[in-house]
Design a protein around this ligand. Structure first.
Ligand code: UD1
Ligand code: UDP
Length: 440
């Protein structure tokens, strides 16, 4: 079997690293293709080093550009590699333009796509990421979803539960594996070592890069006004290149940089960043990955967005959405910092993203599918079928697996009277309402 991984940005490198590592331990061929969307050493190369994975086999160097241009160049480059390499499955991760390009190209070449971190939905169609992840899901064969919540998002859109695997998030694998290494090593980045973070109190780690925040002057100004008021904190801000550019263009960079309690530094490597966040009292971010890492590291997080595709973190009590509203940010930050009970409650929120074995579960599922011939995209003569969609209140003690076999059916949705439930094979359906397709 041959697995191709397409990645292009910092978070994809971090979240695919545990899978690349897991594949390399098994008797499986693999190639890694970097789109080159992120190209600064601090946004790309350093992560291959910190996460101890080999440099990619291909880099198609698309660089920065408009969405259309960037995605188009990626599609052309990815297609050339896939035609030559003929992998059995292409893995994409998350919601970037690399995911859109990789999933579209592979599926049009009739190569199976495995979408890692599938099923997330913010329902905010202004986000490029929401479009990317939805298109990737439509184009995929295997769905590696982090939680039951994201599994249900897919089921509600009509995807078959058979191809959905609840695996947790590989960010937990990366976090757990590298935090100890980071602790033993200490801060390596000079900007962090010279700030003497080890001996600093009240650390607040800040990251922001979402177009909908940093490209809109009013929103970014309001966030900066909130930072000015949080002067009891030592705010460490490893700045994303996009944000640095826009703050400079808006004429806001120097003002922010001049604040004594705000330390703007260049983006740091994964080990330094893990150490920094784990020593933080609070994280302020609009990053997707950081919302997940915060709850993994037991650090309260305020998310600088009005919606999130990670609602599990909010439901668990570890994350509060504060948007870019100055007063809401300051009020919530002060509550977390001054109310110990509240701080403890947020810090102790249960991590919904698993125990750090996601990469293993994902590669196990791929090997199983490959062994059963399920990675082959079906030809028209194999998908001719006719079925009727039905609804039923189940009265008997029967599992999903047994019901489907007995009735020659595929269960789509299961309701327990108040909420939807993911139809795992061993779920007992007694007293549930189900929607299913019955093969005629
Ligand atoms: C991209 C992803 C976003 C993800 C983020 C992770 C899309 C649509 N967006 O956003 O989902 O959360 O990566 O960080 O795929 N730049 C550099 N050096 C680099 C990379 C970028 O200077 O190595 C600058 C360029 O000016 C570029 C800008 O940052 O125009 C934005 O980069 P881009 O890759 O388009 O989007 P991100 O904001 O990084
Ligand atoms: N990160 C890092 N160094 C930094 C800032 C972030 O290693 O200076 C890591 C962070 O731990 C997380 C990932 O980058 O795993 C998040 O990337 P980003 O915020 O760019 O993208 P998103 O997750 O929003 O797609």
């Amino acid at each position: 079997m041959k697995i191709a991984t397409v990645l292009g940005t910092r978070p994809e490198i971090i979240k695919m690293a545990p899978i690349i590592d897991e594949i390399s331990k098994r008797d499986i061929d693999q190639i890694v293709l970097h789109t080159g969307q992120h190209y600064d050493k601090e946004m790309s190369d350093n992560f291959f080093k910190d996460l101890e994975i080999p440099v990619p086999d291909y880099n198609i160097h698309v660089g920065s550009g408009s969405h259309g241009k960037q995605t188009g160049l990626m599609m052309k480059g990815i297609e050339e590699v896939l035609v030559k390499e003929k992998p059995d499955i292409v893995l994409v991760q998350g919601d970037t333009n690399a995911v859109l390009a990789g999933a579209l190209v592979a599926s049009k070449l009739h190569i199976a796509v495995g979408h890692v971190e599938a099923g997330l939905r913010s329902f905010d169609m202004t986000m490029p990421e929401e479009l990317n992840r939805r298109v990737a899901d439509i184009s995929s064969t295997m769905y590696f979803v982090p939680t039951e919540h994201s599994a249900i998002n897919l089921i509600a859109e009509g995807f078959s539960h058979k191809n959905v695997f609840i695996t947790g998030n590989t960010v937990v694998d990366a976090c757990f594996r590298h935090l100890d290494i980071a602790k033993k090593r200490g801060f390596e980045e000079e900007s962090l070592a010279s700030l003497d973070i080890e001996n600093m109190d009240n650390i607040l780690t800040l990251t922001m890069h979402r177009a909908e925040n940093v490209d809109i002057k009013e929103r970014v100004t309001s966030i900066i006004d909130a930072l000015k008021q949080l002067s009891d904190m030592n705010i460490i801000f490893p700045i994303h290149p996009r944000t640095k550019n826009t703050l400079k263009n808006f004429g806001l960079f120097d003002e922010l940089d001049s604040l004594k309690h705000v330390h703007i530094i260049k983006p740091v490597g994964y080990l330094d960043f893990l150490l920094l966040t784990s020593k933080s009292k609070l994280i302020l971010t609009d990053s997707g990955g950081l919302q997940e890492e915060a709850i993994t590291l037991n650090v309260p997080v305020l998310t600088l967005r009005y919606n999130t595709e990670r609602p599990e973190t909010v439901a668990a009590g570890g994350n509060i959405l504060v948007g870019s509203n100055k007063d809401v940010i300051v009020e919530n930050a002060n509550k977390i910092l001054n109310d110990k009970k509240f701080f403890d409650k947020m810090s102790n929120a249960l991590n919904p993203y698993g125990v750090g074995n996601s990469a293993k579960l994902i590669v196990d599922a791929i090997e199983d599918y490959y062994g059963k011939g399920l990675l082959k995209i079906k030809a028209p003569e194999d998908i001719m079928s006719s079925f009727t969609r039905k609804m039923m209140h189940v009265k008997e003690n029967i599992t999903v697996f047994d019901f489907e076999n007995k009735e020659n059916a595929l269960i789509h949705m299961v309701f327990n009277g108040s909420e939807m439930i993911f139809p795992k094979d061993d779920l007992n359906l007694k007293e549930m309402m189900i929607v299913y397709d019955k093969q005629e």
